[in-house]
Ligand binder design. Structure first.
Ligand code: 3EB
Length: 347
């Protein structure tokens, strides 16, 4: 006998679209208020669009990744401690902005506190599973009292994962951690009701297994994550990816070789992801963000991407270039991405 399970009428499908700032704002005028968005170089005043506070280097100007849900009954917004969030009950986009100058604690304690409120948010909203996290740290490579600030951040972040009983090694969420020149410690996070499937890169040591030479506590992230976003689609979230093979930085001082190595790493993560799904993801289709340490390197990096994929590839056309410091001072470029394809997880 077969039992037919009725479609959950309250199910909510997640969609994402990369738009100019003007086009994303006009959605609201058209009465199609999206669930939430992540803005690149966008104003801080749009409540549903937490911004990434880094200078946009690409000619398109300010852009946004607009997250929308179909089948949602209503969108709720609120704050939990220092975290603000929007949710339709199935998916949640949250944001934390901490002004360090106004705080007495060091960065490790602040990261710990931020992640504690982040996890509290997820529990209270009933969207316990992180799909993707974006971390932006002012002066990431600066010394913070005997320990580099990125390493301090890693201390507090990992501690909060332990304390909340969250996977800090295998099963850690996809993430990025970039340096911004000024502003607040900013964390953005997308969560949902089901745990995503983590994906590692066979060319790289898992970041959560980096040796102690990179800091007393490892970074807490998986190389990528696969999420069933409903409606027969699966999303691949690729963490910040750089010119690292094994655990070592490659091509010191050569931004174009670093960009080529990064593309090889992205291709390797995509190949690993494709083994786990019935969908087919491809490098040329990614919606990526390219973080460039030195703005004068932007054209050199764009040339590498366009010669590898063709200038007409969606990855090349939709790329957002941002000025940011990378978490290792010898890295000049880092690329993160997401992409959606029809299919499901292989069981
Ligand atoms: C790397 O591969 C580059 O600390 O959350 C990439 C993605 C990097 C995420 C993080 C750091 C993070 O180690 C750095």
């Amino acid at each position: 006998m077969t039992v037919r399970v009725q479609d959950d009428i309250s199910s909510s499908h997640l969609r994402v679209e990369r738009l100019s700032l003007a086009d994303s704002l006009s959605l609201v005028m058209d009465g199609k208020a999206p669930f939430a968005a992540l803005g690149y170089g966008t104003p801080h005043s749009v409540a549903w669009m937490p911004t990434v506070n880094a200078r946009v280097l690409s000619s398109h100007g300010a852009m946004a990744d607009v997250w929308d849900v179909t089948g949602a009954q209503h969108i709720e917004s609120g704050t939990t401690g220092i975290a603000r969030w929007r949710t339709d009950g199935h998916w949640l986009l949250g944001a934390i902005d901490l002004d360090e100058a106004a705080e007495k604690q060091g960065l490790a304690e602040l990261a710990h506190r931020a992640y504690r409120d982040l996890f509290k948010t997820l529990e209270q909203a009933g969207t316990p599973h992180l799909q993707r996290i974006w971390n932006y740290l002012p002066q990431i490579n600066a010394d913070g009292g005997g320990l580099e600030r990125y390493r301090q951040f890693n201390l507090g972040r990992q501690e909060a994962f332990f304390e909340a009983g969250r996977a800090a090694f295998e099963g850690a969420p996809a993430a990025c951690a970039l340096g911004i020149h000024q502003g607040t410690l900013s964390i953005r996070f997308l969560a949902g009701q089901a745990a995503p499937l983590p994906v590692e890169n066979p060319r790289q040591v898992s970041a959560y297994r980096y040796p102690e030479t990179y800091g007393p506590r490892s970074p807490t992230f998986s190389r990528a994550a696969l999420s069933d976003i409903g409606d027969g689609n699966i999303a691949l979230f690729i963490s910040g990816t750089a010119s690292i093979v094994g655990h070592e930085t490659q091509h010191h001082g050569d931004v174009q070789e670093q960009a080529r190595e990064t593309l090889r790493n992205l291709a390797a993560v995509i190949a690993a992801a494709n083994e786990r799904v019935t969908a087919t993801f491809s490098l040329a289709e990614l919606d990526c963000v390219v973080y460039v340490r030195h703005p004068s390197d932007t054209d050199a990096v764009r040339d590498v991407i366009e010669s590898a994929l063709g200038a007409d590839a969606p990855m090349a056309r939709h790329a957002v270039y941002l000025e940011a410091d990378i978490c290792r001072s010898d890295l000049l470029v880092e690329i993160e991405a997401h992409t959606v394809a029809a299919g499901g997880l292989r069981v």
